[in-house]
Design a protein around this ligand. Structure first.
Ligand SMILES: Cc1cc2nc3c(=O)[nH]c(=O)nc-3n(C[C@H](O)[C@H](O)[C@H](O)COP(=O)(O)OP(=O)(O)OC[C@H]3O[C@@H](n4cnc5c(N)ncnc54)[C@H](O)[C@@H]3O)c2cc1C
Length: 430
């Protein structure tokens, strides 16, 4: 084991897209690196909705962090939850375990689900921000179909009505996948009732169209495709409250449901507040053009947590986090070699959202619109390539090919250990 103790110590908070990109750029470089995460895995958030809808298993969209950095002798891993940052003495405090000192700090703790003060949303909604969220939603959805099989109409109204709140990429993808789950896969599983008649998906969006930020024709395409696949799309519809028995809309209407998927938006991780500096939109930390914290040239904030001076509108996307992580790492190395920092320049490689089988929309390089089968194939390719770990890539590829040709979903397992795993609102029929 080489003696690394004389090297500057770079601590990276978060093994998400940004943190991992930073660590990869620092591997085998003249620094000592510790990557810290509350989980022992990197989670591939863009595919959590497929876990929730029984398309993929959790382990196919996550990868052990120690395995990722195994070949980098200068990188260590610390599993733990950061609960405080002392900027004066340059240490991190943990929920349990000793403090950790740093010479350089790269903060990439991401974001959390935002509830925007909507009454009941946090208690009764199902977010999709963590792998556990995906597993919990899958358990809940599959359990409801099993309950309906036993109790049928004796259950309360809306037992098989799935309301997805938020018409961004996550909402669109989840709504499309839920419909495919019960119209194709579960329809063949259940013999006592027709899942296609019993279940219903409603996608609710406050704005006047889905997929804000995409060109008009792609937004219209996504809406039409979802509607043709039996998703009820309600735009210009705002949610006032989420209750035990459904969702209350601002127009006074109530939709009975036991499943309100909350895909409305995110706010910066609470780690942002631990830095003790000014925060901007949705709690994001205001950083200088080189991603450093004002007054702290050795501390960098990247990805979903950062609001970059002069580039305030950068989206909360994996690419932004990855490019930011690489840039912060390069800036650390420049500093180690006594070179000045350079401003971060984001290259838009594009964004995409899938509506389901053979249908997706994409904006390649931020300017080339694509829709339909070609966009869907591009989506499949990009997501496979971005997954961490060769085995995960192969497993997901095999699963997707099998799903495609057999119309089946392998991951239809209810793995909850108790009632709470089915979600906060599950109730036996009276
Ligand atoms: C459901 C969903 C779908 C998405 N789909 C897409 C998509 O299709 N394309 C796209 O580009 N982007 C997508 N995104 C957004 C993308 O995932 C984020 O922009 C990206 O993950 C941000 O990277 P990050 O490094 O800033 O944070 P993250 O990747 O979220 O990583 C943060 C890490 O910090 C850790 N952490 C947080 N707090 C602490 C703490 N106190 N102590 C220790 N560790 C901590 C977390 O465990 C996590 O591993 C999606 C997001 C979601 C939720």
């Amino acid at each position: 084991m080489p003696d690394l103790s004389a090297l500057p110590h770079v601590v990276v908070i978060g093994a998400g897209f940004g943190g991992l990109a930073a660590v990869r750029a620092l591997a085998k470089k003249p620094v000592r690196v510790t990557i810290v995460d509350r989980n022992n895995f990197h989670g591939f958030q863009p595919l959590y909705y497929q876990v929730a809808t029984a398309g993929l298993e959790p382990e196919e969209v996550a990868h052990n962090v120690r395995d990722i950095v195994r070949r980098a002798p200068n990188v260590d891993v610390r599993m733990g939850t950061v609960v405080g940052i002392d900027m004066e003495v340059q240490t991190l405090a943990f929920a349990d375990g000793p403090d950790l000192a740093f010479d350089y700090l790269i903060v990439a703790a991401g974001a959390e689900t935002a509830y925007y003060g909507v009454e009941g949303a946090e208690t009764y909604g199902f977010p999709l921000k963590s792998l556990q969220d995906g597993i919990r939603l899958r358990n809940h959805v599959l359990s409801l179909f099993e309950d309906y099989n036993v109790f049928g109409d004796a259950l309360s109204d809306g037992t098989l009505t799935f309301v997805v709140v938020g018409g961004g990429a996550t909402g669109v993808e989840t709504a499309g996948a839920l419909v495919e789950l019960y119209r194709i896969s579960l329809a063949r599983d259940f013999k006592r009732f027709d899942t296609r008649r019993a279940a219903h998906v409603i996608l609710v969006e406050r704005a006047d169209s889905l997929l804000a930020g995409y060109p008009e024709d792609l937004r219209a395409y996504a809406k039409e495709k979802l509607q043709r696949r039996q998703v009820e799309v309600r735009v210009n519809t705002a949610v006032k409250a989420v209750t035990e028995n459904g969702v209350e809309l601002e127009n006074g209407e109530t939709i009975p449901s036991k499943t309100i998927v909350w895909a409305v938006g995110v706010e910066a991780s609470p780690v942002a507040k631990m830095l003790g500096v000014e925060t901007g939109r949705v709690g994001r930390v205001k950083v200088r053009p080189d991603l450093s914290l004002p007054g702290h040239p050795n501390v960098f904030v990247i990805g979903d947590m950062a609001e970059v001076e002069g580039q305030e509108r950068l989206p909360q996307l994996a690419q932004v986090a990855m490019q930011g992580g690489k840039h912060a790492a390069q800036t650390v190395l420049r500093s180690v070699h006594a070179k000045p920092s350079e401003p971060f320049a984001y290259t838009d490689l594009g964004s995409m959202a899938t509506i389901g089988r053979n249908a997706a929309v994409a904006m390649l390089f931020g300017k080339i619109p694509l829709k339909g089968l070609l966009a869907w194939l591009a989506w499949v390719f990009v997501h496979l390539m971005q997954l961490v770990g060769f085995r995960n890539r192969v497993n997901v590829f095999v699963n997707w090919v099998a799903n495609y040709f057999t119309y089946d979903r392998a991951a239809r397992l209810i793995l909850g250990s108790g009632r709470n795993d089915r979600g906060p609102r599950f109730r036996d029929p009276a």
